[in-house]
Ligand binder design. Structure first.
Ligand SMILES: [Zn+2]
Length: 568
């Protein structure tokens, strides 16, 4: 579903020099801490009892180990303050005080809460856990997972784990561990159309087990500053990859877009975004054909991926051949599954025409091409359904609606709803329902042929697509399309890691991976809806107990009630 915004205006230039401080850079520079030998055991508590609070602080028993890498073990805030001090003498004094405090902690009784603000990334041992092997679906029972700061350093059967760090132990009997989830299509900062997004989106992602997002169009400087705060431990939120402003046609539909009329505009747009630290280029629908190919060419020269909508003027097969990394919302797929594709390039795309001219041979041949080129698909299935059924759906009374500010519901989502329902034209409800069924059929076909998939929601521009919650529904839609629950889970874990070429960093619960884990009360490989039964979330080594997650929900509800105004 595409929103049909007619009066959207591009905002002014967003290209202020902001130093890149992203996960990508940080992840590549990271080295694992060395181990320091066996330590005494400390008491164990039930997972649900661990009183972690917002920001991960609040683990009762924890320890800082002094040593050569001591500075790296300070809390991020303390470390930043230390590093930013311009007075060497003061810096040394601060270091001495903090070092003394840390040594004092080690010598204290392990059961005594030692500091009011412990390093949220301190070591953590999860015991008696069932780890879901995200590659095979195998269940490894009675596992011990050792986390040192932001990394998983060991995963092994109970009894065989050699603990090399003194750490908080959490008894996870009865729980299932899956890698942290990714929502691969979000918009974090969408001009001023979703006020207060920072207070709503970021905590809702974490509270729902989403530890990473691909931001498909936002104000770059805003998102970069949020990302810096998250990386420094000042803000609760997921890992972020962002495109910054989307590239669109001469009259963009949405805020934070760059207007592209000519190939020169296109090349300049790509170069500017690359220069200012965008992780990839996001294309929208209205870019003129010649400019689209200029984007593809310049992106290759600049060594930056380009992803997004298959533009209206170009065939899906052409975009795949040009190296576009991912397609969103299945745009271009129905067009390319029809002998009338050339007509569709000129306009007049309706769902009834897609259905009427659909041809299986065309569909199969396109699927083979996309599989051959490994062109990723992020079909945003929940929003496809939501957008097609807006006239018969009222989610304003949904229990999740309380987490969303009234202005989103009454202004932005209302406007989108009006525009979209008008855009239905002659596609009546029966046709739209048939189209949704056909979409699942096509997803099944593409999947069978070996086209790789990503789970994404398009929150929050998707009307009543609830941040965090809707990703779990997206996984269920994949199962409706014929994926096994394991394959659905992979679209939000292993596949994002492969997509970013960072399979060595995340996407699985294995030694050496970043510590992003969701603990569940039930087995998701048996029933995908079990991903919603969250017992705890670990994001970048920060432990959020059920209690801490509930606290995040309460805070979001209160932010939503207080009608936050735009604050960057
Ligand atoms: Zn989007």
């Amino acid at each position: 579903m595409e929103l049909r915004e007619k009066n959207g205006e591009a905002r002014g230039s967003l290209f202020e020099a902001i130093p890149m401080d992203g996960f990508l850079v940080r992840a590549k520079q990271h080295n694992l801490h060395g181990s320091t030998g066996p330590r005494a055991e400390i008491p164990t508590r039930r997972c649900s009892e661990t009183p972690a609070s917002v920001g991960g602080a609040g683990l009762n028993h924890w320890t800082i180990l002094p040593g050569p890498s001591f500075a790296s073990r300070l809390s991020p805030v303390a470390r930043n303050r230390l590093q930013s001090s311009s007075m060497p003498l003061l810096r040394h004094l601060l270091f001495a005080i903090l070092a003394f405090a840390a040594l004092h902690v080690v010598s204290a009784d392990a059961q005594t809460p030692a500091l009011p603000d412990p390093d949220p990334g301190a070591s953590l041992v999860l015991t008696d856990l069932t780890v879901v092997d995200i590659r095979t679906g195998a269940l490894h029972t009675s596992q011990t997972v050792v986390i040192d700061h932001d990394h998983i350093i060991a995963v092994s059967a109970a009894g065989s784990a050699k603990l090399t760090v003194k750490a908080e132990r959490v008894d996870c009997t009865g729980l299932f561990a899956i890698p942290g989830l990714w929502d691969m299509h979000v918009h974090l900062s969408f001009g001023d159309w979703f006020p207060g997004a920072k207070e709503i989106l970021l905590p809702l992602f974490i509270a729902n087990g989403i530890t990473g997002v691909r931001d498909m169009g936002s104000d770059l400087d805003v998102v970069q500053s949020w990302r810096s705060d998250i990386n420094a431990g000042r803000l609760v939120g997921p890992r972020i990859f962002t495109s910054g402003p989307m590239l669109d046609g001469p009259k963009p539909r949405f805020p934070n877009s760059v207007a592209i009329a000519t190939p020169d505009d296109a090349r300049r747009g790509v170069a500017d975004l690359k220069h200012h630290g965008a992780d990839f280029i996001k294309l929208q629908s209205l870019i003129p054909r010649e400019a689209v190919f200029a984007i593809a060419d310049e992106a290759k020269k600049q060594n930056i991926p380009f992803e997004g909508h298959v533009p209206d003027s170009v065939r899906a097969s052409e975009m795949s051949a040009a190296g576009m990394k991912s397609f969103e919302h299945l745009i271009g797929i129905f067009e390319g599954s029809s002998p009338a594709e050339d007509d569709f390039l000129k306009g007049n795309k309706t769902e009834s025409r897609f259905l009427a001219t659909f041809d299986s041979a065309h569909a199969r041949s396109l699927a083979s091409l996309l599989a051959q080129n490994q062109t990723w698909q992020c079909p945003t299935l929940v929003w496809e359904r939501g957008g097609n059924l807006l006239d018969i759906t009222d989610l304003s009374k949904d229990t999740r609606a309380k987490y969303v500010p009234a202005s989103w519901k009454n202004t932005t989502w209302k406007r989108f709803t009006d525009e979209i329902t008008q855009g239905y034209g002659n596609d009546d409800l029966t046709i739209r329902k048939k189209f949704l069924a056909k979409e699942l059929e096509i997803v099944h076909l593409l999947h069978e042929k070996g086209v790789p998939f990503l789970a994404g929601t398009d929150t929050p521009p998707g009307v009543y697509i609830f941040p965090g919650f809707s990703l779990h529904e997206e996984l269920q839609r994949f199962v409706s399309a014929g994926f096994t629950p394991l394959e659905a889970l992979q679209t939000a874990t292993l596949n994002p890691a492969r997509f970013f070429n960072l399979e060595d960093q995340f996407g699985a619960i294995e030694p050496g991976k970043l510590a992003d884990i969701v603990l569940l009360h039930a087995n998701p490989v048996e029933d995908i809806s079990n991903t919603q039964k969250i017992a705890a979330v670990i994001c970048n080594g920060h432990y959020f107990s059920r209690q801490a997650l509930d606290k995040l929900f309460i805070q979001v509800e209160s932010s939503a009630k207080n009608e936050p105004t735009p604050r960057h």
